[in-house]
Ligand binder design. Sequence first.
Ligand SMILES: [Zn+2]
Ligand SMILES: [Zn+2]
Ligand SMILES: [Zn+2]
Ligand SMILES: [Zn+2]
Ligand SMILES: [Zn+2]
Ligand SMILES: [Zn+2]
Length: 885
Amino acid sequence: TQNPKTALTKPTFCHYCTDFIWGLAGYQCEVCNFMSHEKCLKNVKIPCSCIAPSLVRVPVAHCFGPPGHYKRKFCTVCRKSLESLAFRCEVCELHVHTDCILFACSDCRQCHQDGHQEHVSDTYHHHWREGNLSSSARCEVCKKTCGSSEVLSGMRCEWCGILAHSACYIIVTPECTFGRLRNMILPPNCVQLFSRNFSKLHCFRISENLQTESDEDDDVDGSTQGSAKDVQISTDSSKQTLKIFDGNDAVKRNQFRLISVPRIAKNEEVVEAALRAYYINDDQQEYELQTFTQQALLSDDVINRNDDAEDSNLGSVFRESVPEAWIIRAKPKDEEVIRIYAAWLKVGMAYVSLRVNKDSTTQTVIKEVLPLLGRQFLIDPDNNLQCFQIRLMFFLSLVQRMVLDNQELILNRLKDIRKTSIRQMNQTRFYIVENSKSIVQVNLFVGGLPPQLSSEEYTNILKDELAIKTNVVSVSHVYQAQGAVVLEISCFSEAERIYMLVKDTTVNDKPLNAVVIPEVRDSKIPQNCCPLLVFVNPKSGGLKGRDLLYSFRKLLNPHQVFELTNGGPLPGFHTFSKVPSFRVLVCGGDGTVGWVLGALEEIRHKLVCSEPSVAILPLGTGNDLGRVLRWGAGYSGEDPYSILVSVDEADDVLMDRWTILLDAEEPAEGAENGVAEPEPPKIVQMNNYCGLGIDAELSLDFHHAREEEPGKFNSRFHNKGVYVKVGLQKISHTRNLHKDIKLQVDQHEVELPSIEGLIFINIPSWGSGADLWGSESDNRFEKPRIDDGLLEVVGVTGVVHMGQVQGGFRSGIRIAQGSYFRVTLLKPIPVQVDGEPWIQAPGQIIISAAGPKVLAKFVATGNLGEYVALPEGLPEQWPLQRKNG
Ligand SMILES: [Zn+2]
Ligand SMILES: [Zn+2]
Ligand SMILES: [Zn+2]
Ligand SMILES: [Zn+2]
Ligand SMILES: [Zn+2]
Ligand SMILES: [Zn+2]
């Protein structure tokens, strides 16, 4: 712990105990602004931002998307509140100012094993993150409030979600069992991914254009404006403000931080303030300030030659003419002590310290270090050189690795890095790594290809379009029906090249898409674990889909959460294809649900778990399926954690699904320009209902209206209004659907009454919750069920009748019940299936049962969040406890 220095500041809350600090006796750290009571100071165990990176055992980079505005959050680096543009990690609770991002500690959650790290243990420790808890948060240990909306305080485990005070978390048992959601979380040791230089966003398949609406003035080129706000340009004439650059890198980019020091400050004091501004916790005597001259901008060579000459200038920073800008430099050394981490050690002693001089090379270091780490079993010391290598790992916001050449002089390398940036040096580690002939295997899903081709034909397309190198790239899976392949690539740079190139490639005018697929190691999945595969359509329900994506990535393993706009449902099912037992959560409208269920139907035979149960979280307007499964009319901002708990507790029900074959005899109405080419038969899946005539026509108009002005249709309320208005315009029309179609039910011709619309219903909710069949019993028909293998057929006489059904005053005209239907269209007729409308050309429509029924999740109550989570350790079948009131 960096000991905060005394300072009298305005009264505030203690970052340690969250209580108010009365009077002016606060203790504040000058580096990270940590503030506490005097009595709390001696207990503080939270590392200061300047030493936190050195305490991280395995650095894991965060996953920063584009910057945004986040209310009521605090910066993890400087601990101040985020009023301005800031970054957040997309998979953990870390928030930082745009100009603090360079100083963030790379301690994100480890969600997968990177490459062949066989040493990752199968037990997990809590992954504590400080601050940004809700103000109602309760401490696991002392049961008192531990959240604060005033300051960064309190701790939360990023996996199991337990909460504790900064004072209490250290006595919580370190093992983490993933908490209440443990049987739906995909454990990190079950996921393997060769990520290397793929960005985190790519690895977690997060779209990069998340918030395109952020204003452009707030550009994040990291230049001056961010730093300026930290140190108010002092009006106090006894103080002065200086620009401090960190090495050549900062000079080149013109990035500096401002410090404010007394005019009569000693040289050391200025160096110390400069180090503090860069969160460097080293002895100031090892550093010096160099004047910033225009020459420094020229080249590294100029700077190198200046090194000696500058020394004479450094006697005092403050001679008559005070330069406003300085570069912070490390003083040259002939010898120093470096830490070498053993990459294979995950517990116990993580590193050894070693003295290196100007003659030390990578080679000599390996020879010296191995015995210290107990690895002297190789008789021939030269052989050690082939078996081990020294790697540098830089973990400045991105974690990057590089291998040192065997002959390289270590001190020279250190000198070079320091010249570039002393902050970078501070964030660099030496690792000794076993030189395994590791086999690289990157799996890339490539979609958007023409359907129904063979593996060879796909390979040829990829050779032509992407110039893939077939010696390192092979097609491992083909999804013919969907026009997609999975590539197995044994070379990183080739994988990266293909990934980037795919985004700019179109085949037959269709853009290709690429998704990085992690490998799920099914044998490692615990027996009682049935991971949840989550699909979210971010376009459904306004921006709610986006928020849910973010929440689910944080609550679960981001590798189990798939954004449907990024390659559809197939990459998710492919990733889970070997998982022995899993369940699915689909967040979106009925159309999205149909999309996912349709994809599941198509590739069911390729899944080890061929009948996963499917839960639905309705987003947006007019969702009938979610309603029937008692999830309510739609998601309106419930706590994502309670949603996952409800999914876990939901019962399975079976639901019929139907296949509709549409065989047009003549070209559809759309093909006006003469070319009379009959369409091939079309097959669609139906979950909810299928409508012919007026019902489809209304949604067709609505569909057009929505495509013209998509922005207007975000609220569910508004959507309904438009639906009614479009309907009213139709009242004047008269039509005779019963004369334009013929209906056959289970081989029998059925006489149709005078109607304008004919609807086949699978579920007892139509048009956002209406009961079209009605509740009266009727000895001609069975009581409808969603799993009886029967569809109900109902007629409506027109828009007025439909309105009455919507209002609950009437039901439709019962026409038939059956399991096989043939409809003959005598003229073009509007048709809709699960809300997706089009005009169908004359011909045959055949509706029959599709494959296995869907195992859907049926919630026992309509209200989410009514349950109290099961206390730890209770048996699974324990009766549910209800909250009182
Ligand atoms: Zn305190
Ligand atoms: Zn501090
Ligand atoms: Zn900050
Ligand atoms: Zn993170
Ligand atoms: Zn935990
Ligand atoms: Zn506590």
